[in-house]
Design a protein around this ligand. Sequence first.
Ligand code: FES
Length: 237
Amino acid sequence: MGTRCACICSRKSTAGQSGARQELRRPKRRRPPRGSVEFTEENRRAFDEIVARYPSPRAAMLPALWLVQRQEGHISAEAMEYVGELLDTPPAEVQAVVSFYTMYDRRPPGAYKLQVCRTLSCAIMGAYDILRHLEERLGVHNGETTQDGQFTLQEVECLGSCGTAPMMQVNDKYYENLTVERVDTLLDTLRAKSAILDRVPVIHDPAEMQAAVPRAVVSAPAGDHGHDHDGGGRPGG
Ligand code: FES
């Protein structure tokens, strides 16, 4: 039987009651609204093609999450639930995967996501000097985004480019053999690109876009040796 509660309410305390009764009193978990995240037709086709390559839908989780992040800009709780439903996988399992890999963003990142490798080769070659410099110059720490929404700084583990350490990934590009001076040049270039893009009107016709975008936006900046990289982000970070 339950004992008398020590406070003035004179209710019986729950101590000693069965676990089953306590379970009944827990508030039900609120589910996020359904339908707020859904693949576009094109991405749904891409998703179906990806899943067909794997022995089970669950095995396609990494590329499926990458696809939803590409579409939504980040992976929200609703996106995790959506992918979980598509892959017949519990949301908690999807969340565990998303939080394990640094290539997935649970919050919208800045326009440029700076992922600085801090693993052994890069650490020996000066990764922490690069990180300290970025922190001072941008006024943010690991995992934070600048107030203007331009840069998100993130420390990550090995990105598989150890021979060109120290290096960092900026969105989908690798920038290697970094020095503080090269980082400064890169930041200036990225800021200049953003300033130009802010002045470019939104055009939906690709041919018109090609003609309208200033040359400076589409050509590689001087000293820019970054190269495209699809994906990235090893566990950790
Ligand atoms: S240690 Fe930095 S890329 Fe491998």
